[in-house]
Design a protein around this ligand. Structure first.
Ligand SMILES: C[S@@+](CC[C@H](N)C(=O)[O-])C[C@H]1O[C@@H](n2cnc3c(N)ncnc32)[C@H](O)[C@@H]1O
Length: 338
């Protein structure tokens, strides 16, 4: 091989990665200081933006320059403007606002700083997931304000990919805020839906359901999906964004319980942060799996081949996987043949 096709390795990639936590911190600080919101409100010079954020001119210059360097904010002469994704998702008060989701994993921040120590812990994992199983209603409300800010869009994306015409009853396992059921009920006036989640979360889901005016057709039921029975006879089941939270045995059992609960002809869609079948990535799914070390639960990064295996073992047919959000989420579906 020539030098051109096999260049000498450098430290550039490693240096970038090892300091990536600074990027996370700058973005989170930008959200917390309302930097992007204030730009949208017209504070579009360094001086006025620093003042509006309530920081000194020196700190203001530092965080603004960092956000420009990261491509979150753009310069137009001496005026500042938000990058298009920032303008759409990080301006408070806008319908797409997802600032809470940007801060969703921040409570784990200190733990990531002691990851190697955590990985040397020999204590066997807990079968439940302390991160959610010990939630108060107030914890659940905070957590699901964040998941709802991104879940609504995911619910709509799901409905663009999956036609639920003619379906009568949808269950959403670990449905959180109820975002998928709420969006489905809005689109399909004859559809009934049940959000299944832990008791404190179900209480919060009822608030989102009521806010969206669909309480007559969408219910939220207290249901630990590892322990409790599912409502019987639904013709569509969804499970989204909780794949890395539990281990292989737990997921195999949940998929089987879903198969048993569905009406003949029913379909199951599992949207998850899955690795590709060869387990070589994507990094995002791998890192969700790694994050489970922090709670010392059974969770890990499952691959699409793992998930398809759980579906096949349960008895599902027509099993297929396709990207749901490229590089982030995959959707595996299967049918319970009549
Ligand atoms: C990241 S949230 C995803 C929520 C929702 N599916 C969405 O996509 O917006 C994961 C959800 O799984 C729920 N969950 C975790 N373990 C559970 C269990 N054992 N039984 C029921 N729900 C559980 C959590 O309470 C939380 O609502």
């Amino acid at each position: 091989m020539t030098a051109a096709t096999n260049p000498r390795p450098t430290t550039v990639r490693l240096q970038r990665m090892v300091r990536a936590y600074r990027e996370s911190a700058a973005l989170m600080a930008g959200v917390e200081l309302g930097l992007f919101t204030k730009i949208a409100e017209g504070h579009n010079t360094e001086a006025s933006l620093s003042k509006a954020m309530g920081v000194t001119a020196l700190h203001g210059e530092r965080i603004i320059v960092a956000c420009v360097g990261l491509g979150l904010v753009e310069r137009d002469g001496d005026r500042l403007k938000n990058a298009p994704d920032v303008e759409r998702f990080l301006v408070q008060g806008q319908p797409g606002y997802a600032g809470e989701w940007m801060l969703f994993t921040k409570p784990d921040w200190n733990e990531w700083g002691r990851l190697s120590e955590i990985l040397q812990n020999q204590t066997p994992p807990r079968a439940d997931n302390v991160k959610v199983s010990e939630f108060t209603v107030e914890d659940a409300r905070r957590y699901h304000r964040a998941t709802y800010s991104i879940g609504r869009g995911a619910g709509r994306l799901f409905l663009r990919q999956v036609d639920l015409s003619g379906k009568k009853h949808m269950i959403d396992i670990g449905g959180g805020s109820g975002a998928y059921c709420i969006e489905a009920a809005k689109l399909y006036p004859d559809l009934k839906a049940s959000v299944l989640d832990l008791a404190s979360v179900a209480e919060v889901a009822r608030e989102f359901i009521a806010e969206n005016g669909v309480s007559d057709r969408v219910e939220a039921l207290a249901c630990d999906f590892n322990k409790d029975a599912f409502p019987q006879g639904a013709d569509v089941a969804v499970m989204a964004s909780n794949l890395p939270m539990y281990g292989r045995d737990e997921f195999r059992a949940v998929v089987k319980k879903t198969f048993d609960a569905l009406a003949p002809g029913g379909e199951f869609h599992l949207v998850g942060e899955a690795l590709d079948a060869d387990r070589s990535g994507p990094a995002d799914a791998a890192l969700w799996g790694l994050s489970e070390a922090i709670v010392n639960g059974t969770g890990l990064a499952h691959s699409t081949a793992d998930v398809e295996g759980y579906f096949a073992a349960a008895g599902f047919q027509d099993i297929q996987t396709s990207p749901f959000v490229e590089g982030v989420l995959q959707r595996t579906s299967g049918r319970k043949v009549k």
